[in-house]
Ligand binder design. Structure first.
Ligand code: G3H
Ligand code: 13P
Ligand code: NA
Ligand code: ZN
Length: 328
């Protein structure tokens, strides 16, 4: 059944686990996530970005998710708007049946200029007001995603802050977080701790200076009742990079967010963990392998089947590592 995100996150907080929020764009991804959830007894958060709507179309996404709910009636599913760039985008998502929205007021609606604190409070509060009146959950974001190694904003997926940032911008401030939640009443807060979207997050296995798990601990101590959200949380497994390279792909050396660091975050209030890139890598590796190993094949079902299976395995591994097993 379709449920509100608040319901799932409250349960996750009560029982001290985290829920991966997977980005979806097509049938194979939706079906991989549902199969993984079914096999592990996990609750599901599926999220769609503006790019997903552009790719699939709003109606297709909505009906793909309804299909998931119909096919797996025993699994609670949240349909979440990822990175809403304005109150209007969030409103449109709610109209089309989303049970949860992210108002990303850390950036201006152009998606590249850093917003003022006052602007962020204003738009987030506005979205909370209309969303809560109809039972829709709101995630807001405070701090700018980007790299503490290069001090650059997050540009890999074509959205994110332009240019050089300061350490203060790239790390969510604890006192400001408390004020922000008080003023906006958001249900969940996405925080900046040095992660960024895409495959290229860290040039080495991250340590505390470039992945600030400590900051999560400090924020959670100050606002223990706010569910924290980690964006840019793909782990970028080395074996998936190796498979892509082995079958002709060009992936530079790179490191993601280690699962153990996410588990540390979950101990300190992280309840929603956003993952897109790991599914992309898994599907790409499987398709590359299949096509190279089977040069005579041309039915898309032949190569999308192993792609879906590879995505399913990543999703299931995350459900298990984050403590979702049997929580649905
Ligand atoms: O926000 C980042 C997610 O990975 C979605 O990416 O905008 O390319 O769909 P996208
Ligand atoms: P990744 O690129 O690390 O998978 O992050 C996805 C994300 O944060 C979507 O909002
Ligand atoms: Na990146
Ligand atoms: Zn994100």
């Amino acid at each position: 059944a379709l449920v509100s995100m608040r319901q799932l996150l409250d349960h996750a907080a009560e029982y001290s686990y985290g829920i991966p929020a997977f980005n979806v764009n097509n049938l194979e991804q939706v079906s991989a996530i549902m199969q993984a959830a079914d096999e592990s007894g996990s609750p599901v958060i599926m999220q769609a970005s503006a790019g997903a709507r552009k790719y699939a179309g709003e109606a297709f996404l909505r009906h793909l998710i309804s299909a998931a709910v119909e096919a797996y009636p025993h699994i609670p599913v949240v349909m979440h708007q990822d990175h809403g760039q304005s109150p209007a985008v969030c409103m449109a998502a709610i109209k089309s049946g989303f049970t949860s929205v992210m108002m990303d007021g850390s950036l201006m609606p152009d998606g590249k200029s850093v917003a003022s604190y006052e602007y962020n409070v204003e738009v987030s509060r506005k979205v909370v007001e209309f969303s809560h009146s109809i039972g829709v959950t709101v995630e807001a974001e405070l701090g700018v995603l980007g790299s503490l190694e290069t001090m650059m904003g997050d540009k890999e997926d074509g959205h994110g802050a332009d240019g050089k940032m300061t350490r203060e911008q790239l790390l969510t401030d604890v006192t400001q977080a408390a004020d922000f939640v008080k003023q906006t009443q958001c249900d969940a807060l996405a925080i900046a701790i040095g992660t960024s979207h895409g495959a290229y997050k860290f040039s080495r296995k991250p340590t505390g200076d470039i992945l600030a798990i400590d900051r999560i601990r400090e924020i959670h101590a100050r606002i223990p009742n706010t569910h924290l959200v980690m964006h840019g949380s793909s782990s970028v497994p080395q074996e998936l990079l190796a498979e892509i390279r082995q079958f002709g792909g060009d992936m530079k050396e790179t490191y993601g967010v280690p699962v153990e660091e996410i588990q540390e975050g979950i101990k300190h209030g992280v309840r929603k963990i956003n993952i897109d890139t790991d599914i992309r890598l898994a599907m790409t590796g499987a398709i590359r392998r299949y096509l190279i190993e089977n040069p005579t094949k041309f039915d898309p079902r032949d190569y999308l089947k192993p792609a879906r299976e590879a995505a399913m395995l990543v999703c299931k591994a995350r459900f298990l590592s984050f403590g979702c097993e049997g929580q649905a």
